[in-house]
Write a protein that binds this ligand. Structure first.
Ligand SMILES: Nc1nc2c(c(=O)[nH]1)N[C@H]1C(S)=C(S)[C@@H](COP(=O)(O)OP(=O)(O)OC[C@H]3O[C@@H](n4cnc5c(=O)[nH]c(N)nc54)[C@H](O)[C@@H]3O)O[C@H]1N2
Ligand SMILES: Nc1nc2c(c(=O)[nH]1)N[C@H]1C(S)=C(S)[C@@H](COP(=O)(O)OP(=O)(O)OC[C@H]3O[C@@H](n4cnc5c(=O)[nH]c(N)nc54)[C@H](O)[C@@H]3O)O[C@H]1N2
Ligand code: SF4
Ligand SMILES: [Mo]
Length: 737
């Protein structure tokens, strides 16, 4: 490519809900990005993954939404006609006022999710406009790691439990548990640090029903486990450690409460069931000898870092998994030391976790409700904020079903809610019932097909923003606008400013750039991290210089007298008095193994014998990028199935199969592989739901199969799901969409 003098280089960033945040170096000619490269600056470089490198395929995608549209066919059909911005905004304002007057504000449901993931063009714009308009119904229960954050609050009293990634070099043993950063990133640079840890001699054990890319490239040993049974494995490890007296008793005495009660449960003194390795072998499918080896290694190879992913927690009783990883970290004395790890929520102790810049204000409908900050009472929260996973039920049954309100209007910003929430078929019924649906989108996604008014959103390269990676990445990205907003697209911020005018609301008194500058210059913490705002903008990135690896709970361990843990007891709570008081058997006072519904022993398993896990896909950020053909070539949507299960069903590698249960049917191709254990199948979440006239999905979307239940701790149980997989019948194959 020739770079003439007109070529402008713009340093910006990629920002998707993928865990990472990366540097983009763009070459812009005549207002068009003609080439993109990634970080070529100082180490550690923040290099884009395959998705970020394909971002031109999103920005210049022929299917991009260009103009405001209104529905021209039936809901779900996907037929629209172009209208003006004035007509679109007037219609929305009229509907807002009508619904408010006729039913009250609680009839408006807001859904803003992870699409725009910057700190300005991120979530909460929708919350703000609804709050300014008199409030709306919002939902609760984070999709990602809610069971993990619940456990972190219960055990440690804080979500800052992680160490910076450069500390992994100090570990002798690493246990990666249901955690696949080779694909799911979890802070750009994570994999690099894991490779370095391995090179420095750390032994790496990988626990997952699948032999993932992380297992293949990073691990010395793969331990396949039945989904939803991780708590049983951890209890058996505790049992081995206790039986062989390998626990760090002095650590437990000094820093924890409730170990004795826990020990009684583990050894079976209380319930008559010792949680031995043989007991766990039956539950998890892992040979007892392997369980014993794992327990001994974790107790003796110190320092050791056990890193839990969120996925084992996205099971019916996933809170117990996360409470138990933290309990085992305490039993082995790995908390607050270099090379160790608290095995809680992995947020590290550096970089400011900046919330949304735009203030969301207070929801007048929630006036007088108790503050639930830090509370473990998820039932109480659900009473005024229904759980995300019950949103279809809320719409379908409303007050008659015991919910606080009847929903009439749905406003969706930055979410593919139909595609991404469990039980798509129920979602389709729910969306048909509503009086009005409005959405801001970049594409006509599976959800957007149901909108009455569809507004075109711009992309990361068409606006300015700041981005922070998840958890512990010690850097900030300035996402410089590289090109003008294409066609008639606008940012969500610009849309709400315009809508606000029609509703008599001043949505903002500042421009996008003024908000960003104010944030950096007026936050004392940020001003320290980013001393020179103009340089930050010019470079597009601010990498923090650390004096060395940073450890969570270092103070609490080194000087406990002055630094109690922020729990009610001031200690690590293996036993939780707060949970005891809630008296909920799904959230026991000491962590336990509770068999999930839809386990292999469920009566449903007779018809649907395979356990489905729904994983975060290498080539997508949820449903984003599913329409990029380059990425589909890199890794197509498939269902992983073990040869033992495929042969008994007459399924060949690459063949079209039907994956189904009582909730739905989806068609995809089989990947017959030894990389998944027998009895378990897996599909990537985020594939676009593509129904035919019989309601069969041809897009391979696993959410037509998942159950719309929620976990006691607030999490999503999207890895607890029974299915059957069979070759696609001839007559079905004819009905392709
Ligand atoms: N490429 C990509 N990366 C992403 C995202 C994305 O959409 N695409 N999304 C981001 C977001 S929002 C999130 S929340 C995170 C999610 O991060 P994670 O939850 O860690 O990611 P998953 O891919 O769902 O699961 C990781 C592994 O856990 C395994 N697993 C599933 N169930 C169980 C179980 O019961 N026990 C055990 N031991 N293992 C199990 C799966 O086989 C999978 O290999 O990823 C982030 N990163
Ligand atoms: N079965 C199963 N389901 C899951 C999961 C799972 O593991 N298994 N994981 C869950 C998790 S962890 C999460 S976080 C959720 C994610 O759920 P969602 O946030 O609903 O998922 P996305 O597909 O990322 O939807 C974002 C949408 O925003 C659009 N978008 C991008 N940028 C902009 C913008 O600037 N403005 C506007 N208005 N729109 C924009 C994109 O085109 C996309 O359609 O999915 C959950 N669903
Ligand atoms: S998808 Fe995530 S990891 Fe990949 S380039 Fe974008 S921000 Fe980086
Ligand atoms: Mo997530």
């Amino acid at each position: 490519m020739t770079l003439d003098s007109d070529t402008k280089i713009v340093r910006t960033g990629a920002c998707y809900d993928c865990g990472g945040r990366c540097v983009h170096k763009l070459y812009v000619q005549n207002g068009r990005v003609v080439r993109m490269e990634t970080d070529d600056g100082e180490e550690p470089q923040l290099r884009s993954c395959a998705r970020g490198r394909a971002y031109r395929q999103i920005v210049y995608h022929p299917d991009r939404l260009r103009y405001p549209m209104k529905r021209a066919g039936s809901r779900g059909e996907g037929k629209f006609e172009r209208i003006s911005w004035d007509e679109a905004l007037d219609t929305i304002a009229t509907e807002f006022k009508r619904v408010k007057e006729k039913y009250g504000n609680a009839a408006i449901l807001g859904s803003d999710w992870s699409g725009p993931a910057g700190i300005f063009h991120g979530q909460r714009h929708l919350t703000r406009i609804l709050n300014l308009f008199g409030g709306g119904t919002m939902t609760s229960g984070g999709a990602s790691g809610e069971n993990s954050t619940f456990a972190a609050r219960a055990v440690y009293g804080t979500m800052t439990n992680g160490n910076t990634r450069d500390d992994h070099m100090n570990s002798k043993l690493m246990i990666l548990w249901g955690w696949n950063p080779a694909n799911s990133i979890w802070s750009t640079g994570t994999t690099l640090h894991l490779v370095r840890a391995r090179e420095t001699g750390a032994r790496v054990i990988y626990i997952d029903p699948r032999f993932t890319d992380s297992a293949a490239t990073l691990a010395d040993q793969w331990i396949p486990i039945r989904p939803g049974t991780d708590a049983a494995l951890l209890l058996a490890m505790a049992n081995v450690i206790i039986t062989e007296n390998l626990q760090e008793q002095s650590f437990l005495n000094k820093y924890t409460v409730g170990f004795d009660i826990f020990r009684n449960y583990v050894t079976g003194t209380g319930d008559g069931v010792p949680k031995t390795s043989h007991w766990a072998e039956n539950v998890t499918g892992i040979p007892a000898t392997i369980i014993e080896q794992l327990a001994r290694e974790y107790a003796t190879l110190k320092p050791a870092a056990l890193i839990p992913g969120y996925a084992p927690g996205r099971t019916a009783y996933g809170t117990e998994f996360h409470r138990l990883t933290a309990t085992l970290a305490a039993m082995t004395g790995n908390i607050g030391i270099h090379g160790g790890g608290a095995a809680g929520f992995e947020r590290g102790p550096v970089g400011i976790m900046i919330g949304p810049v735009i203030p969301q204000g207070r929801n007048p409908l929630e006036e007088g409700t108790p503050s639930l900050r830090g509370s473990l009472d998820t039932d109480l929260r659900r009473r005024f904020r229904p759980h995300h996973c019950e949103v279809w039920d809320l719409i379908l049954r409303g007050k008659a079903g015991g919910y606080p309100t009847d929903i009439k209007l749905l406003y969706v910003v930055g979410s593919d809610v139909l595609n991404q929430f469990p039980n798509v078929n129920k979602g389709v019924q729910a969306l048909q019932k509503l009086e009005f649906i409005v959405m801001h989108e970049q594409f006509i996604t599976p959800t957007a097909k149901f909108a009455d008014i569809l507004l075109p959103a711009n992309t990361n390269w068409e606006r300015n923003d700041i981005a922070r990676p998840w958890l512990s990445g010690p850097y900030y990205i300035f996402m410089n606008q590289a090109i003008d907003s294409m066609y008639e697209t606008k940012s969500d911020f610009e849309i709400f400013c315009a809508l606000g005018k029609r509703l008599g609301i001043t949505y903002s008194d500042k421009t996008e750039e003024e908000w960003l500058e104010k944030l950096v210059r007026t936050s004392a913490d940020l001003a320290e991290d980013i001393p020179d705002y103009e340089k930050f903008k010019k470079d597009g990135v601010q990498k923090l210089k650390l004096t060395g690896p940073q450890i969570s709970f270092e103070k609490e361990i080194n000087d406990p007298g002055h630094n109690p843990f922020p729990t009610p007891s001031g200690k690590i709570e293996i036993y939780s008095d707060r949970l005891a008081k809630l008296n909920n058997p799904s959230m026991p006072a000491v962590p336990k193994y509770i068999e999930t519904w839809e386990s292999v022993n469920d009566p449903m398993a007779e018809k649907y014998p395979l356990q489905l896990v729904t994983t975060h896909h290498k080539t997508r950020a949820h449903s984003c990028f599913d329409n990029v053909s380059w990425l589909k070539e890199l890794e197509p949507q498939v269902v992983w199935i073990n040869r033992i299960d495929s042969e008994s069903r007459g399924i060949r590698d690459g063949q079209q199969v039907l994956v189904f249960n009582e909730r739905g049917k989806t068609v995809t191709r089989a990947k017959v592989t030894e990389r998944i254990m027998p009895g378990v199948v897996s599909m990537g979440e985020g594939a676009w739901y593509t129904p035919d006239k019989n309601g069969i999905d041809w897009g391979g979307n696993p959410n037509v199969l998942t159950r719309d239940s929620y976990c006691a701790g607030g999490g999503w149980p999207t890895n607890t799901c029974l299915v059957e997989v069979l070759p696609l019948q001839e007559e079905l194959a004819g009905g392709n969409v």
